[in-house]
Ligand binder design. Structure first.
Ligand code: NDP
Ligand code: GDR
Length: 373
């Protein structure tokens, strides 16, 4: 008998990789997608199965983490063996602008799912994965961060995720539910949302290289992060639900780099040598040399990065570095893809898109290139 999984956030970065992974394992996969005025299934269109011509292994249901009755109905209809709660308002900076909505989706949304499982009497059969985050550590109390490092959240997003973390632990302790928190550090991919820092850099610099944008405007480029690849991390989400006992795990690479270093890797992948000068809000990055044919629109002396305080956050998480020893020891998990390899993959994908846009532009078929970050 194949297993059934329900994924909230299936249209997001992780949801799309997890759906692929579970389908390959023979799961029947159900995903919750939000109603939107435009198609929002780009990341999963390649695995979509037409319900009219086959017995699809992937099915989508309209729903929203703010809607209790709809979540309860979907769980009742699908009776999943495993629920992966990946849906969230996941942007830290945006959570300062929409704190109440972020709490409703990220905190109470998690409670709604857990209560639906309990209400339907599935608490002893349905396993639950909660997408917890390194943002819980916020103002870090020790380095590297482990499963026992105290939390100090620094944004409405992180505070909401802290509620979700503890309600998940509480349902495990109170009702014996198999519920786990994956405390995942930043993970990226060519499918990363365009406004997160890595994708903003690879996409923005590929556009600059092809003459579609002039300059990248960034916030705090001193921030330090432990970046992994989303593909490696969704594998671990599944592994967590296959154990004898439910536990919480840190998922990270154990290596840390600055946003500035990520900019340098991206430039190098495009054949551009960059020099940073100035300090604080006056810091800039200037092109020193261009090699190869990837950046025809860029020449030495061009300033292609400036600091814009608009991207500073009211409270910043300056440094994060995870210790994934427990995941390695107990589950045999190790990341396969380095941050530099991931950056190169992201640049290659974004360069392909930028080249297509440039060609269309040269042939008078201009497509709007969104540069709102
Ligand atoms: P994305 O932002 O790419 O995806 C978020 C998903 O949640 C999308 O499918 C989105 O739908 C959906 N969503 C947003 N609001 C709602 C809502 N009200 N109801 C139902 N669904 C909703 O995030 P990631 O894939 O990067 O991350 C997955 C999860 O892991 C998130 O919970 C995130 O907070 C957490 N996380 C992510 C990390 C990372 O580095 N990527 C690290 C640690 C934790 P739509 O497509 O319509 O917008
Ligand atoms: P983060 O990711 O806040 O860690 O949350 P993001 O990529 O947005 O920021 C990382 C760091 O880069 C700094 N930064 C900028 N960030 C953005 N987005 N845009 C900029 O222009 C910019 N300039 C500098 C930020 O200040 C920050 O320090 C991500 C999300 O996926 C969360 O959902 C997840 O929980 C955590 O990772 C782990």
């Amino acid at each position: 008998m194949s297993k059934t999984a329900l994924i909230t956030g299936i249209t997001g970065q992780d949801g799309s990789y997890l759906a692929e992974f579970l389908l390959e394992k023979g799961y029947e996969v159900h995903g919750i997608k939000r109603r939107a005025s435009l198609f929002n299934t780009d990341r999963i269109d390649h695995i979509y199965q037409d319900p009219h011509v086959s017995n699809p292994q992937l099915r989508l249901h309209y729903g929203d983490l703010t809607d209790t009755s709809n979540l309860t109905r979907i769980i009742r209809e699908t009776r999943p063996d495993e629920i992966y709660n990946l849906g969230a308002q996941s942007h830290v900076a945006v959570s300062f602008e929409a704190p109440e909505y972020t709490a409703d989706v990220d905190a109470i949304g998690t409670l709604r799912l857990l209560e639906a499982v309990r209400f339907l009497g599935l608490e002893k059969t349905t396993r639950f994965y909660q997408a917890s985050t390194s943002e819980l550590y916020g103002l870090v109390q020790e380095t590297p961060q482990t499963e026992t490092t105290p939390f100090h959240p620094r944004s409405p997003y992180a505070v909401a995720k802290m509620y979700a973390y503890w309600i998940c632990v509480n349902y495990r302790e109170a009702y014996g539910m198999y519920a786990c928190n994956g405390i995942l550090f930043n993970h990226e991919s060519p499918r990363r949302g365009e406004t997160f820092v890595t994708r903003k850099i690879t996409r923005g610099m590929a556009n600059i290289a092809q003459g579609l944008e002039d300059c990248l405007h960034m916030g705090n480029i001193d921030a330090l992060r432990d970046w992994g690849h989303a593909k490696d991390y969704v594998r671990m989400q599944w592994m967590m639900l296959q154990q004898d006992t439910p536990e919480d795990y840190v998922i990270a690479t154990g290596k840390q780099y600055s946003v500035r270093e990520f900019v340098q890797w991206t430039a190098a992948a495009l054949g551009i040598t960059l020099e940073f000068s100035g300090t604080g809000v006056d810091e800039i990055a200037t092109v020193v040399q261009v090699e190869g044919d990837m950046a025809p629109a860029v020449k030495p002396g061009d300033v292609i990065l400036r600091i814009d305080p608009r991207y500073f956050r009211p409270a910043e998480v300056e440094t994060l570095l995870g210790d994934p020893s427990k995941a390695k020891r107990q589950l045999g998990w190790e990341p396969q893809i380095t941050a530099q390899e991931m950056c190169a993959e992201m640049v290659a994908e974004d360069l392909k898109t930028a080249r297509r846009h440039r060609l269309l532009r040269e042939h008078g078929m201009d497509l709007p290139v969104s540069i709102e970050n």
